[in-house]
Design a protein around this ligand. Structure first.
Ligand code: BES
Ligand code: MN
Ligand code: MN
Length: 454
């Protein structure tokens, strides 16, 4: 039986096994779910053993374990390092899920549940591709090293330390990551660029305690008003970020890349439908894909403080808080941008308040040429798996470890993602298209086979 037939024949078993993986609520941000995160790590390790991997380790870290495995050494064959994450985002708000987040359910050709698209479904794609090759050929066609972490969704850096301390062991000819999206349904995609991400949190303090707004209002600083005004000053009317020197190092788009982006089979009407807002809002002078993939942004992610319960309470809050982030593009430097953001934010604040400014995490953007023959192998495998030509895209999301690892190892990095932009990653009703899940398993298996001939 061919590997493809084997995969076809085991569709139901694969789906049932993926559901089992998805039922483990491996929410990395929740200390209450620590045992579940550990359980998911062991689940991955156990299933790697069936997939032809020999040395399988669950490596403890100061937070969540990572899983590392190597296939039996095949001299003369290339080595690929496969990276992914088994942790997931919290499911809240629970009431907005049609079926419960950790009770995976098939509806209308999609599998619903937290982690289906980001990223347990895609981890499982590789597990099943490897298992099919191992079962059908009695061995894998190439050397495979697999690194699956449990802290991606919290921006953890324990993996970064592991990578730095195990350079020799991890050394490979290429890095493969399935943690991104396809451009559109039926359009297999290889991602050659991602934005970087810095995340910030601020606390503004005015009065030393909450005050009656009648007795004090009018003469004292209101930290919530001041915070809102400060944040409102961070964009101009063209939605350009107003932070001085924010754009200094931003790489200009080459005319040829601009043209390539324009030629992609991308549908603006579909995008508008997915967004569901009465209108769009982006930096003037750039197409939507350019805004999403090639331009840096400042985004307010949360703002809170003061009275938020039922009815009215006349109060001037002592404190106001916000969380915000900047998406970065080549060649912005995360440390440099963090310093610029903090400096300007503080400069805008009046002397009547104090500010605690924290940088929670930083992450570099990533962009790489796709000229190495491995990209041809990936594109051909995807074309065979999906029956349609693969496209090369950039994306707006962030996988900071991708640029970290390509800097350390200087190897090509193939991002073959099987999610879709409207599959509600991080949101209620997250799902993965079953067509992409099964197409992904086939493509990944074909890709590993093609690698053997490189
Ligand atoms: N898998 C996503 C990143 C992604 C999704 C990239 C789709 C491209 C297309 C990843 O799990 C993620 O959510 N990353 C976070 C940053 C991370 C440091 C928490 C992000 O992009 O916000
Ligand atoms: Mn992910
Ligand atoms: Mn994610």
């Amino acid at each position: 039986m061919s590997v493809i037939n084997f995969i076809e024949k085991h569709r139901d078993q694969h789906l049932e096994e993926l559901k089992e993986f998805l039922r483990i609520p491996s929410i990395s941000t929740s200390s209450q779910h620590k045992p579940d995160v550990d359980r998911a790590a062991h689940w991955v390790a156990d299933h790697l053993r069936n997939a032809g991997m020999q040395k399988v380790e669950v490596v403890p870290t100061p937070l969540h374990p990572l899983v590392y495995a190597e296939s039996p050494r095949l001299p003369g064959k290339p080595t690929v390092l496969v990276y992914s994450h088994y942790d997931v985002q919290p499911p809240e708000p629970l009431e907005l899920w049609t079926s419960p987040a950790f009770e995976p359910t098939v509806r209308g050709g999609n599998l619903y549940g937290r982690g289906t698209a980001d990223d347990k479904g895609q981890v499982h794609i590789h597990l099943k591709a490897l298992e099919a090759l191992q079962t059908q050929h009695g061995k894998l066609p190439v050397n495979v090293k697999i690194l699956i972490e449990g802290e991606e969704e919290v921006g953890g850096t324990n993996l970064w330390d592991f990578v730095r301390n195990n350079r020799e062991r991890l050394q490979s000819d290429a890095l493969v990551i399935s943690d991104t999206s396809m451009l559109a349904p039926g359009v297999p995609s290889i991602t050659y660029g991602l934005r970087g991400l810095n995340y910030y949190q601020v606390e503004i303090t005015g009065p030393s305690q909450d005050l009656h707004s009648g007795l004090f209002g009018g003469a004292v600083p209101n930290p919530l008003t001041i915070l809102s005004r400060t944040i409102a000053q961070l964009h101009d009317r063209n939605l350009r970020v107003s932070i001085p020197r924010f754009y200094d190092d931003v790489a200009r788009l080459s005319p040829s890349e601009r043209k390539a982006l324009k030629a992609l089979p991308w549908n603006e009407a579909e995008f508008r439908k997915t967004v569901g807002a009465p209108g769009l809002a982006g930096e003037k002078g750039y197409s939507i894909l350019e805004q999403l993939w090639c331009r840096p942004t400042f985004e307010l992610n949360g703002i809170w403080g003061g009275y938020m319960a039922e009815g009215a309470k006349t109060v001037i809050p002592s404190k106001a808080h916000a969380k915000f982030s900047t998406r970065l593009v080549p060649h912005q430097d995360p440390q440099k941008i963090a310093a610029l953001v903090e400096k300007y934010f503080r400069k805008l604040l009046p002397k009547s308040v104090t500010c605690q400014f924290e940088v929670l995490s930083t992450g570099k953007p990533w962009l790489a040429p796709y000229t190495h023959p491995i990209f041809r192998a990936a594109a051909d495998a995807l074309e065979q798996g999906f029956g349609r030509k693969a496209v090369f895209i950039r994306e707006g999301g962030s996988i900071p470890i991708a640029s970290e690892m390509s800097d350390i190892f200087h190897i090509p990095c193939v991002l073959m993602g099987f999610g879709l932009p409207d599959e509600n990653a991080h949101a209620p009703d997250e799902h993965i298209s079953l067509e992409n899940y099964f197409g992904g398993i086939k493509s990944a298996a074909l890709f590993y086979e093609r690698l053997a001939t490189l």
